[in-house]
Design a protein around this ligand. Sequence first.
Ligand code: GYE
Length: 326
Amino acid sequence: MNKRTIFHRSISLVGLSGLIAVVVTGAFAEDNKPSKKLVVGFSQVGAESGWRTANTESIKSEAAKRGVDLRFSDAQQKEENQIKAIRSFIAEGVDVIAFSPVVETGFEPVLQEAKKAGIPVVLSDRAVKVSDPSLYKCFIGSDFIEEGRRAANEVAKLTGGKANVAELVGTVGSAPAIDRKKGFEEVMAKYPDMKIIMSQSGDFTRAKGKEVMEAFLKAPNAKDINVLFAHNDDMALGAIQAMEEAGIKPGVDIKIVSIDGVRGAFEAMKDGKLNVTVECNPLLGPQLFDLIEAVAAGKEVPHRVVTQEGVYEQSQAAAELPKRQY
Ligand code: GYE
């Protein structure tokens, strides 16, 4: 063997061991698990409510726990910001895109772009309306229609079926606002003496909930209101403030039923100011990342995963409060 061959042999050996090293340290760890970090782009609705804050925290902490490289983007409740964020996730070539669509419509073109780029999409919390269901792999979230039904059943219980309801609607065009109203009205239709006499959006925020409640209380038929149905707790908490400022006893003069089950709602129930909260669980992180990891691994996942939740009345608030995680 001349000098040159020895030189070449050692080069190829170095090359081979280098390759092995790349395989061992780059693609797979010793326990045979892929060690390349999973890159996930997540576009969140915003920070409009206690529910959303808990949801964001659940997603971020679960990603950190699993060593996922999470690219998190807050859309400040604007659809155009979400579309921009999704486009940049596509440009970055993330492994999976997940998002919670602020409204149901308008996402089809950007979802088609993701599909063309071969990036799977998982919907979290809110649904979209698309003509092609294959534009997303899976949607995990609550059954909002059922939550609306539960709320109306509670109104019937609280009032013996005689209710003039003021309704604080969530974000216009959002899945929870559309579906909660639908479920609520479906049950209302069974009670001839229950009707919605006022209805307006408070955009799921405490500030807008207060503002709209102030307007409701100034309406000529304000005296007829005996129930407030708020599509989320934050709007109910804003409305409680408006009622108190107007000298009305929330939870007594006007019964209040809302949705989410955040800590503030349990505190208000404990104080007798809120009557019922219908639970909507924001702690989606662990289940969401199970689905994301499965999708990234090319496994089949169910197209719809429904989260489980309950209903809490005032009498349960004190005992339940210390156990609440959000
Ligand atoms: O009820 C509300 C939040 O989409 C379920 O969004 C979610 C809703 C939740 O702003 O508080």
